[in-house]
Design a protein around this ligand. Structure first.
Ligand SMILES: Cc1cc2nc3c(=O)[nH]c(=O)nc-3n(C[C@H](O)[C@H](O)[C@H](O)COP(=O)(O)O)c2cc1C
Length: 214
């Protein structure tokens, strides 16, 4: 099949998904269809007993929960390095005044960081510019080492990158768990032939956390 034919097929598939989503939304089933199962967004403090007087915030945005566990693994590594680490959801708008460094992470939906994570960066842009900031992204597509994959995942931060000068950006493969999705998200996932799997590479995540801000 030619590249033109593939891109035409992709365009038709995308149009089909959009049309079907619009039909469900407009038919009054919209609210039920977009309602996700409740996802826990815990707040944790790790390394309270550490003597080093440096506090790091790991703030995350999630829909289905896998980013929370990534944020927690990062925080555990940092606590093991002597930092006191707060893990908080960005939707709680954590106050940056208490921190010497910040790690911000978001799941990807439809090619972008979650809106509450982007908003948090916008609102705190000034303070973030005075702190060491690292970013992590949890996603399922564009995971390859080829140029197209790299460019596509780099584009996930197109809204955020101009707002904050990060010391590092990490991309971690995530998890698809249909039981954690709304009807609509399951529908979209099945249209793009997504499969359930947990692709989180804990070694890679911990290795990143072991060297960040070193
Ligand atoms: C509706 C939907 C849209 C998604 N869109 C993308 C996407 O555009 N690119 C991508 O790489 N991953 C995409 N993903 C995969 C998620 O980023 C991945 O499952 C991630 O682990 C979700 O994090 P969470 O469990 O913290 O919400 C999508 C997942 C769903 C359910």
């Amino acid at each position: 099949m030619t590249a033109k034919a593939i891109s035409r097929r992709n365009a038709l598939q995308a149009a089909g998904v959009t049309l079907a989503a619009a039909v469900v939304t407009c038919s009054g089933l919209g609210y039920a269809a977009t309602r996700s199962p409740e996802t826990e967004t815990p707040e944790l403090i790790l390394g309270k007993e550490n003597l080093m007087n440096k506090r790091v915030l790991v703030a995350y945005a999630t829909r289905a929960g896998s980013t929370v566990e990534v944020a927690t693994a990062i925080a555990e590594s940092l606590a093991g390095r002597g930092y006191t680490v707060d893990v908080k959801p960005v939707k709680e708008k954590p106050n940056l005044a208490d921190y010497q460094a910040v790690i911000l992470g978001s799941a990807i939906r439809m090619g972008s960081w979650l809106p509450e994570a982007v908003d948090y960066v916008k609102v705190n842009q000034q303070t973030l510019s005075q702190l060491p900031v690292a970013l992590f992204t949890v996603h399922m597509l564009n995971t390859g080492d080829d140029e197209a994959s790299r460019a596509n995942r780099y584009a996930y931060l197109k809204e955020v990158r101009p707002l904050v000068k990060a010391v590092d950006e990490a991309y971690f493969t995530g998890k698809m768990d249909f039981s954690r999705l709304s009807f609509m998200d399951r529908f979209i996932s099945s249209m793009v032939k997504a499969v359930e799997s947990d692709q989180r590479d804990w070694q890679k995540i911990r290795a990143w956390a072991a060297r960040i801000f070193a």
